[in-house]
Design a protein around this ligand. Structure first.
Ligand code: NAP
Length: 360
């Protein structure tokens, strides 16, 4: 791997793009050299283009505030000449995103994507670095299809499942037969703040378009395996989900129920969570949490406001484990949706791919 990589942020003005900007400001390996968004923002400085939409707790990074934005669709050649790879989080139609991301990949510019458009493309890895780092091994097959030497697309999964799939994954050797998850999702997941989404105040909205399907199906790709030139999705466990929008700024919480082929005591389950470690911890990647899963013994934890920023928003908090009358166990879990669930998860994925040589 190289010591430093030049990176671009496509969709820099959006909620996830802003997170990328703040996370990459002082990153030890990645240095932002290009920002891009729609034609509405192109030609403006980052400060002008973001305007009142800046929703981060810290100011726009000094190193980026005067950078002039490119048009992500029209300026592909300029952008790819300035960067080693790009992060991408855009609000566009799925077929447009698929085309945009493949255009960058075919210009020999790897794409670390937060978008859902390519999540079910069979040779595009969908990576949670602590769970399925080996799916990166599909990249040579994707490069062959695209006719590229360097370029490829890698995606991160939806933010909703980031709260419960890690906790379930630590119990996978028990043979998960079925799981049910109800998620309580923050408004930043819709790219909104309380100012731009007044209808959410004193309210719960019981529908997030497409979210339940993603929550049920994406874990099966993550738990799938490589066969030839594609990732074959797993056929179990069966997962059912309901996703609700709740009036919190950041942090997706999940109430989870699960059953297993083999039985384990509650203490053994907590032990599996607390000792769970993955490739990012072994490689000591810059954004990796020291401990991926934290179990809280207090009856009223984890709480969204108190615990979403655990380990810089990259750890997953779990609590309230107990036996259930319909399933074997139930518990609550929480992750920060724009950090671990979006930009932070993509930065960690890029660190993993850099460490494994896929970004050279
Ligand atoms: N928010 C989350 O927690 C979260 C989590 C996981 C994944 N995601 C995914 O990340 C993506 C972005 O989400 P977001 O919440 O950041 O959305 P957002 O706040 O609405 O931002 C959308 C971004 O897309 C840009 N854009 C729109 N049309 C474009 C075009 N034709 N060409 C280039 N850029 C264009 C916008 O640029 P302008 O400012 O110029 O319009 C803006 O930078 C979505 O695919 C979403 O599903 C979001």
């Amino acid at each position: 791997m190289k010591e430093q990589y030049k990176v671009g942020i496509i969709g820099a003005t959006g909620m996830v793009g802003q997170r990328f900007a703040t996370l990459l400001e002082n990153h030890p390996w990645f240095h932002v050299t290009a920002l891009a968004a729609s034609s509405r923002s192109a030609g403006k400085t980052y400060t002008e283009a973001v305007g009142k939409r800046w929703a981060m707790a810290t100011a726009i990074p000094d190193s980026m505030k005067d950078m002039v934005l490119f048009d992500a669709e029209k300026d592909v050649d300029k952008i790819t000449s300035l960067v080693d790879f790009v992060f991408c989080a855009v609000d566009m139609k799925k077929d447009e995103i698929r085309k945009l991301e493949e255009t960058y990949a075919k210009a020999e510019c790897p794409v670390m994507s937060n978008n859902s458009a390519h999540r079910f493309t069979p040779d595009v890895p969908m990576i949670i670095p602590e769970i399925n780092p080996e799916h990166a091994e599909i990249i040579p097959a994707q490069r062959k299809r695209l006719g590229t030497k360097r370029g490829f697309v890698a995606v991160k999964s939806n933010c909703s499942l980031q709260s419960y799939v890690p906790a379930l994954n630590a119990l996978k050797d028990l043979g998960i037969t079925k799981a049910l998850a109800c998620t309580y999702q923050a408004i930043s997941g819709a790219g909104k703040t309380f100012e731009t989404f007044p209808d959410i105040l004193d309210n719960v909205i019981p529908y997030i378009g497409g979210e339940e399907e993603k929550s049920e199906q994406e874990p099966l790709k993550i738990w799938g395996h490589i066969e030839g030139d594609q990732i074959v999705t797993a056929t179990s466990p069966s997962i059912t989900a309901q996703c609700l929008r709740v009036p919190v700024s950041d942090g997706h919480m999940a109430a989870v129920f699960a059953s297993f082929e083999k039985k384990a005591s509650l203490d053994e389950i907590i032990q599996r969570w607390e000792s769970y470690t993955g490739e990012p911890q072994k490689l000591n990647l810059p954004s990796a949490p020291k401990q991926f899963l934290h179990y809280f013994t207090e009856a009223d934890r984890p709480q969204t406001k108190l615990d979403r920023n655990l380990e810089n928003g990259m750890a997953v908090s779990v609590g309230r484990l107990r036996p259930d009358t319909q399933y074997d166990i139930k518990f609550v879990s929480l992750s920060h949706n724009t950090l671990r669930g979006a930009a932070g998860g993509a930065v960690l994925m890029a660190e993993l791919l850099a460490a494994k040589g896929y970004l050279d």
